[in-house]
Design a protein around this ligand. Structure first.
Ligand code: GTR
Length: 412
């Protein structure tokens, strides 16, 4: 089984605006029957449910109804010289101790009031976020990586702290935010196994070998996991339940957008370098295309999405409508200049074309209509930022996320 298949490399990649196909985007404010949506009520009652269903059936796949979660506190202690606490929690995603489960790290700043929390899945395991020797190595399947000494899909001590540049935990606490994180492989291991393991396996229907063409792929599975994290966070008194933030990078940025679209408890949604199937418009086909992503990662989307390989115009939705599903809640789209594979301009345009929905709902939408200069945070209700550099999460990205959160959720 290949985690990162190399096939698909014969597919031509467009990197020149002049080469892009001509296309017309679907209008988020025209209902399926052709009616123009002109009121917030019509958006909420007619158009939003229509779009949500189209994304469910054609793009990410429908997730099953959740079961009540349960949890067990594994450990609680002070961290960073008493600035905050760390709770390690075992989360039983279907409420059963013998069902799918994930270890959650919850870092909270010392505070006499409930604090806002960023929920984010991580790529390499909880033990890679810091040098803390007391955090157990990830148990689940992990991606092989020579640099981190990961062989045979087993985490090892060598990878401890390997992702710490992406997780400035002490700084997040200093800014008054908590962080709740889970290793994404605890929810669904990221390889194509016809969904036998992870969260999908636990919900498999009798007699069905794998999810149907309109049922959940891995992105929808990870988003389901984020919602179970939200279930847990909503049970914690130390947390401000009205200020839950969801953040993700890359494939997990696609996931945070889908989690934000499907779960309104996320009051603010952040996608970093999310690209194709995330914030980038599919119809542009710039960088990673629908065919390419479905070839490399056949398990990420639902099988219906395969119909749109080289056929993006036939898809009844495009990704600006994913952003619109988050409205009127704040959303921050982040790009990196050198991450052309993720199509920064296409990521910006999704925000721009979601703007009419945000405005219909009485917000300021996206305050600019052209891409801003590097490093300038646009902090209107649809936020946007592009920074120099590559596909990654940096400390400066976190400053922008938290500046945006201060502006959009502060004083609530
Ligand atoms: C790439 C993939 C992107 C992005 C990235 C990641 O290989 O083509 O869509 O998701 O992986 O998640 O790191």
């Amino acid at each position: 089984i290949l985690a990162m298949p190399l096939y698909g490399q014969d597919i031509k990649v467009l990197y020149d605006e002049a080469e892009l196909p001509q296309f017309t985007l679907p209008d988020p404010l025209i209902a399926k029957d052709g009616t123009k949506i002109t009121t917030a009520e019509a958006w909420e009652k007619v158009r939003r449910p229509e779009l949500l269903e189209l994304f469910e059936t054609e793009v990410y796949g429908k997730a099953p109804a959740p079961l009540p979660i349960s949890s067990r506190l594994l450990e609680e202690r002070e961290v960073f010289g008493g600035k905050g606490t760390l709770r390690r929690v075992q989360l039983f995603l279907t409420g059963k101790e013998d069902g799918p489960q994930a270890e959650l790290l919850l870092y909270l700043p010392k505070s006499d009031k409930p604090v806002p929390v960023v929920a984010a899945l991580n790529f390499k395991g909880n033990h890679t976020l810091s040098d803390d020797p007391a955090i157990p190595l990830a148990n689940a399947w992990v991606r092989n990586n020579a640099e981190d000494g990961v062989k045979n899909h087993k985490a090892s001590e060598e990878s401890r702290g390997a992702a710490k540049s992406r997780w400035p935990i002490e700084r997040i606490l200093d800014r008054g935010y908590g962080l709740a994180t889970v290793y994404y492989g605890d929810i669904d291991p990221d390889f194509d196994d016809d969904f036998q393991n992870g969260i999908h396996g636990a919900f498999q229907k009798e007699g069905e070998a794998k999810p149907a063409a309109d049922e959940w792929g891995s992105i929808a599975g990870w988003a389901f996991g984020l919602s179970r994290i939200a279930d847990f966070l909503q049970q914690q008194d130390a947390i401000d339940h009205d200020r839950l933030i969801v953040m993700g990078h890359s494939r997990l940025g696609k996931t945070s957008l889908w989690a934000g679209a499907t779960d309104p408890r996320f009051a603010l949604v952040i996608s970093n370098n999310s690209g194709c199937g995330g914030a980038a418009l599919s119809r542009r086909r710039f960088g990673e295309s629908v065919r390419r992503i479905n070839t490399s990662f056949p398990h990420w989307f639902c099988d219906n999405f395969l119909k749109y390989n080289d056929n993006e115009d036939a898809c009844p939705v495009d990704q600006h409508e994913l952003i619109a599903l988050i409205a009127p809640r704040p959303v921050l789209i982040c790009s990196a200049e050198d991450d052309r594979w993720a199509d920064p301009h296409g990521e910006f345009l999704s925000g721009l074309y979601a703007d009419p929905v945000y405005r219909l709902l009485g917000t300021d939408g996206l305050a600019v209509d052209e891409m801003p200069p590097l490093d300038k945070l646009i902090d209107s209700r649809i936020g946007y930022r592009i920074r120099p550099g590559k596909h990654d999460v940096t400390p400066s990205d976190w400053e922008a996320y938290l500046d945006f959160a201060d502006k959009q959720l502060g004083g609530k």
